[in-house]
Design a protein around this ligand. Structure first.
Ligand SMILES: *Cc1c(COP(=O)(O)O)cnc(C)c1O
Length: 371
């Protein structure tokens, strides 16, 4: 079955009790048991699992080509559960450009969990080879990366990790499973902030991990159950609803972002445009192989530096100055300011989440803001 069809039909069986076509939301925190105490429908308590979350998880596993999926209350909660499932003493390789809170998690919490880590340029396979240690248990990639839009070769990284006995994980948030499915390229697990494209409407927080392998899924599920980063039933329902339109939305996000990237790449005030869809992007050929389109995220740098970048943010009318991404509306962000004092993001960089508006209006908005 094709992606578009799975995204609409998996986990979408009409409700058994009422035949409603849209799925019900089960808000109950607890479930009745038989006289001998066995659960009547497999559910006992909301933190362990609930019917709305189960529907979402079956959809997530199907659209990522995985065997098992777990829904979480946030993307970072999903990532933390994977890290907390490792044994003490494990070494982890993280990308040098990644979602900011991943590096904060590593710095502030890995020592408490007795994990060590190094940051490496994941697009440089020789650098990754050199950075892998005998005790490396997890290679964590993010492609395209936040906010520099770096692309790494997921199939080659999977082979490198597996040759050294390490797991290979991918934060696939920017691409979404509509455009890139790392498990098909050899990854052991894929993590998503479902707050972004999977939810798709800037109105729900959530996370997901999809697994190629059941044993690992059981370990992470135990962390979720006992440490508590479960998704709420209502949030699970909203993410499931977002998945139904994901394929259609990602096509428009990608077309619009390409138009915006081409406009920016030819603008005299713009020093560099980071979008994997541009042939000038260093990861373009790899992106073409492992993604079916290039997505709605891009970043660009102003020749005249930080003040010029901040001035653009103050002048856009359609692009809203806000963090996050993946909603229907376009957003613009001075990323270094959002990340705070420890940022490694260039001060002249702006990040765009290109929404579903008409591309002519988006280009016109940027044109007037840059003039
Ligand atoms: C937003 C984001 C996260 C964190 O997800 P939350 O839902 O905010 O916890 C992780 N990785 C990437 C690439 C993100 O954009």
């Amino acid at each position: 079955m094709h992606f578009e069809t799975k995204a609409i039909h998996v986990g979408a069986q009409p409700d058994e009790a009422t035949s409603s076509v849209a799925p019900p939301i089960h808000l109950s925190t607890t479930f009745e048991r038989a006289a001998d105490s066995t659960p009547l429908h497999g559910f006992t308590y909301v933190r362990e699992g609930n019917p709305t979350q189960s529907r979402l998880e079956s959809a997530l596993a199907a659209i990522e080509s995985g065997r098992h999926a777990l829904a979480f209350g946030s993307g970072i909660g999903a990532a933390a559960a994977v890290l907390q499932a490792l044994q003490p003493g494990a070494h982890v390789l993280l990308p040098d450009d990644s979602y900011y809170a991943m590096r904060v998690m590593a710095h502030d919490f890995f020592p408490k969990w007795q994990l060590t880590y190094d940051l490496v340029a994941m697009e440089d396979l020789d650098a990754v080879r050199r950075a892998l240690k005998p005790e490396t248990k997890l290679l964590w990639a993010e492609s395209p990366s936040n906010p520099l839009m770096k692309v790494c070769d997921l199939a080659s990284l999977a082979r490198l990790a597996h040759d050294r006995g390490a797991l290979f994980a991918v934060d696939g948030t920017f691409a979404s499973p509509a455009l890139q499915r790392p498990i098909e390229l050899g990854a052991d697990l894929v993590m998503h902030s479902t707050t972004k494209y999977l939810g798709g409407h800037s109105d729900v927080a959530g996370g997901a991990v999809v697994f190629a392998n059941d044993a690992l899924a059981e370990k992470v599920e135990h962390v979720r159950h006992i440490l508590g980063a479960t998704a709420s039933p209502f949030n699970s329902w909203l993410v499931l609803r977002g998945i139904r339109t994901l394929a259609a939305r990602m096509r428009v996000h990608s077309d619009n972002a390409m138009r915006v990237a081409q406009f920016l790449a030819s603008h005299p005030q713009v020093e560099a445009t980071h979008y994997p869809g541009l042939p000038s992007h260093p990861g373009h050929e790899i992106a073409r192989k492992q993604m079916s389109a290039f997505g709605g995220m891009l970043s660009f740098r102003l020749r005249e530096g930080r003040e010029a970048a901040i001035a653009v943010v103050s002048k856009t009318k359609l692009f809203i100055s806000a963090t996050s991404l993946g909603g229907t509306e376009s957003l613009i962000e001075h990323r270094a300011s959002s990340e705070g004092p420890a940022t490694t993001t260039p001060e002249n960089l702006l990040r765009l989440s290109v929404g579903l508006e008409h591309p002519d209006d988006l280009v016109a908005d940027l044109e007037q803001a840059l003039s």
